[in-house]
Ligand binder design. Sequence first.
Ligand SMILES: [Zn+2]
Length: 88
Amino acid sequence: MSAPRRVFGFVEWTLRPDRDDDAPPVTYAFRCLALREDDSECGERSQASADPCVPQEWAFGHLRENPEHTSYAEVIERPWVMWRGGPA
Ligand SMILES: [Zn+2]
């Protein structure tokens, strides 16, 4: 994958996924997309977890409490970092 690069004030910056050992973990969450009777989105959301199975368990619990809520979005947060200069 080629990282996007931009130059600001004569300094070239590269944006790349942060895969360093001390980078924040990739996290996963689930958000309920079901519509309520007034057409507003339920929007309830699991806690973010580094384990993708944890928010899936939340979705089953949410379905038990709300049997019509069958539509979900997985929200993935992946750390990126600005890197001064070109790629290492
Ligand atoms: Zn819901």
